[in-house]
Design a protein around this ligand. Structure first.
Ligand SMILES: *Cc1c(COP(=O)(O)O)cnc(C)c1O
Length: 232
């Protein structure tokens, strides 16, 4: 068994145990394999093993991999997205997880209208107010979503967060609970064109806690494909 197969098996077992602990089903959680910086050959290896959802954080890299790989893969834009790069992502990604500004929403609206599609998006929430991270503060989320809801070529389908880097993943439990509670609050507002069916939360270090706290999508890179080398 190659290392990817072994890692994937291990991650699946950990997901399974977290699901059992929380009384949830495997189909309630999508595993997104974060393939940023990793070559197409590695993604092909993953495809052989089953997964179809991949996460990228650079628009051009997403575009290039999309063009090179089978069209039944589902690409997720999970990283900081600049307005001038929206054109690489709309029409290729199935979901933008990192919507965190009104200007970006306007650009996605414009590009999606041009292509005649509706782009599903998650609002990125910076739960711990970390200066180094994107996303809006939790207290701004309701107002922000009211403001972008009228844009008809994008659809808000939930929330995403990148939790702080911690030694003990338990420390992030309250962050995940906070995101879920926020989604419940937003749902109660009954905003047209907005639904809260997705919570994208949990990475290699803390996905089990995220699954226990209701994640519908987890984003796992290192735990499946190994350490990334950014100098390549
Ligand atoms: C890189 C990245 C991940 C994956 O991180 P790992 O710790 O390697 O699992 C998940 N989410 C986002 C937004 C990322 O940029």
């Amino acid at each position: 068994m190659g290392f990817i197969e072994e890692n994937l098996k291990n991650v699946e077992e950990r997901i399974h145990r977290a699901l059992v602990r929380s009384g949830r089903r495997r189909e309630d959680v999508t595993l997104i394999v974060v393939s940023k910086t990793k070559p197409v050959s590695m993604i092909q290896e993953v495809i052989e093993l089953g997964p179809r959802d991949f996460g990228e954080n650079k628009p051009q890299e997403l575009r290039d991999k999309y063009e090179l790989l089978p069209k039944d893969l589902r690409w997720h834009m999970i990283g900081n997205l600049q307005r001038n790069k929206v054109k690489y992502v709309v029409g290729r990604a199935v979901l933008i997880h990192s919507l965190g500004s009104y200007e970006l929403a306007l650009e996605i609206e414009k590009e999606s209208a041009k292509r005649g599609i509706i782009m599903p998006c998650l609002v990125e929430v910076n739960m711990a107010h970390e200066a180094t991270k994107g996303g809006i503060g939790p207290e701004e989320a309701v107002g922000f979503i009211h403001r972008i809801a009228p844009l008809t070529h994008l659809k808000i389908e939930g929330l995403m967060t990148v939790a702080p880097f911690v030694q003990d993943p338990e420390e992030n439990r309250s962050c995940f609970q906070g995101l879920r509670n926020l989604a419940v609050d937003i749902d109660r507002e009954n905003i047209d064109n907005v639904c809260m069916r997705h919570l994208s939360m949990g990475m290699t270090g803390d996905f089990e806690i995220a699954v226990e706290e209701g994640a519908t999508m987890i984003r796992v890179g290192t735990g499946i494909l190994g350490e990334r080398n950014y100098s390549l």
